[in-house]
Design a protein around this ligand. Structure first.
Ligand SMILES: Cc1cc2nc3c(=O)[nH]c(=O)nc-3n(C[C@H](O)[C@H](O)[C@H](O)COP(=O)(O)OP(=O)(O)OC[C@H]3O[C@@H](n4cnc5c(N)ncnc54)[C@H](O)[C@@H]3O)c2cc1C
Length: 440
């Protein structure tokens, strides 16, 4: 017998987002993570505007905003001289359509802690120290063996188990692409004596190679990034020799190899991949965590609908929609890495990522609204915000004064623009927002 549950392997940003989205839809889940304790590092610290929209919908935006800050300006150091750099992107004011216009810096461990808290409030828990070891599947379910010796029989398995994904390997899927820098990189969270926290400091021609020290919002720490070879004699020695500053504490450290790789399938039967398990990015442009969160946000409502008897073909649209996004985002982060470009903004904020060519998108454009695009926020005539009406697991139908109806998917993308009314979408009644007379 297979239980009507989703087994999620991996409780990083991708696994936690999926767990929250399924839990709030009343879908039974098990969330396991191989690590014995939660991830402790700052790694993916840049949260893009589109992910902030998602976090608004998932009910964690206040904690995310309280736990982070804007990116600081860069400051370049050359021996005794230093000069401020241009901001990577201008800080923009919030508008009616884009409530979160700027990337927001939150150390990854804090983002994960906030997501775990939200999951807990929904009755979910992460089972740490529990790795997925192997699995088999048939047309009724998945049988998974865990490191604890337990065997779980679930309806679906989602491999959100990171770049070295055991699920991906067991499926025989290849991460195709390239290593874009042969030099191993080091990343660490450091306390540094006397270094100005108003700037993201860069020593481009430091002894042993470039050093970056970025002050992590709402902490005493800097995120250090450098070539691992330069830190052969220790991070403390490297920072002292190159910058003249003293490291007083190393809170966390790790290495990574800048690569741009992805799979060519996101689904094999009842098993799905999400996040770094499916695509590995260089850190430039801050795309990896964001793409991972949005994979899960795309999969959650579809999986919930199919678990309740919806058509299985809906699950094929996960790969149809997310694979091209991963390919384009990978191309962008690779280009930014290779060209050393520090230009950010519209290209990296992920607001214009869309599903225009998806089989789920239909109808004709209406003004600036296009089937497949992110539905922008808007001020409503009653003074409320459209995003407040979208928040939650339902779909929404906007009925415009001229009778045109706009169907918004549970994940905030425009599914359809037309004239016929929609009773329900993805198994749930649609909420109707009548004649909103959107002020744009
Ligand atoms: C230096 C650096 C800077 C970065 N900066 C950014 C940034 O600014 N913005 C951004 O968007 N991204 C950034 N990234 C990328 C980001 O960190 C990743 O894309 C993100 O962590 C992916 O999330 P995930 O949930 O898919 O995988 P992970 O975070 O890797 O989580 C996978 C989880 O699965 C668990 N696991 C592994 N194997 C198993 C198993 N067999 N069974 C059960 N559990 C398992 C692991 O313990 C882990 O908790 C950066 C990366 C680096 C290295």
């Amino acid at each position: 017998m297979y239980e009507n549950i989703v087994l999620i392997a991996g409780a990083g940003p991708a696994g936690l987002t999926l767990a929250i989205d399924l839990a709030r839809r009343g879908v039974a889940i098990r969330v396991i993570d191989a690590a014995s304790t939660p991830f402790a590092g700052s790694r993916g610290k840049g949260i893009q505007p589109r992910t902030l929209d998602v976090f608004d919908d998932l009910g964690v935006i206040d904690a995310i905003l309280a736990g982070g800050g804007l990116y600081p300006r860069m400051r370049y150091h050359f021996g005794p001289f230093s000069l401020p750099g241009k901001p990577m992107a201008p800080t923009r004011p919030a508008t009616a359509s884009t409530p979160y216009p700027n990337p927001w810096m939150v150390p990854q461990a804090r983002t994960e802690a906030i997501l775990r808290e939200r999951l807990k409030a929904l009755g979910g828990v992460v089972e740490f120290g529990t790795a997925l070891v192997s699995f088999s599947q048939n047309d009724r379910g998945v049988e998974a063996s865990l490191s604890t010796g337990e065997v779980v029989r679930a309806a679906y398995l989602v491999g959100a188990d990171g770049g070295r994904s055991a699920v991906r390997k067991a499926l025989g899927l290849k991460l195709s692409g390239e290593t874009i820098d042969e030099r191993l990189r080091m990343v660490a969270d450091l306390e540094v004596d006397g270094l100005d926290r108003a700037y993201w400091h860069i020593w481009p021609i430091a002894n042993g190679g470039m050093i970056l020290l970025c002050p992590l919002a709402k902490t005493d720490l800097f995120q250090y990034v450098s070539a691992a070879k330069a830190a052969e004699k220790g991070i403390e020695a490297h920072v002292r020799a190159a910058t003249g500053h003293t490291v007083t504490r190393i809170a966390w450290s790790s290495t990574y190899q800048p690569s741009a790789r992805m799979v060519d399938r996101y689904r094999v039967g009842r098993v799905f991949l999400a996040g770094d398990a499916a695509h590995v990015h260089p850190p430039t442009g801050g795309q990896g965590l964001n793409t991972s969160v949005q994979d899960s946000y795309n999969l959650g409502w579809k999986l919930a609908h199919v678990m309740r008897g919806g058509p299985d073909a809906l699950l094929d649209t996960y790969e149809e929609e997310r694979l091209p996004v991963a390919a384009s985002v990978l191309g962008l982060s690779k280009q930014l890495y290779v060209t050393r470009s520090r230009k950010r903004g519209d290209a990296t904020n992920q607001l214009s990522l869309n599903y225009r060519t998806s089989s789920l998108s239909s109808g004709a454009p209406y003004g600036s609204l296009h089937p497949g695009d992110r539905m922008p926020d808007a001020q409503l005539e009653d003074g409320g915000r459209l995003f407040d009406r979208l928040r939650g697991p339902h779909a929404t139908e906007l009925v415009m004064p001229d009778g045109i109806r706009i169907l918004i998917r549970p994940d905030g993308y425009i599914a359809r623009i037309g004239t016929s009314p929609v009773g329900e979408y993805a198994g749930a009644p649609t909420h109707r927002v009548a004649a909103p007379a959107l002020r744009r």
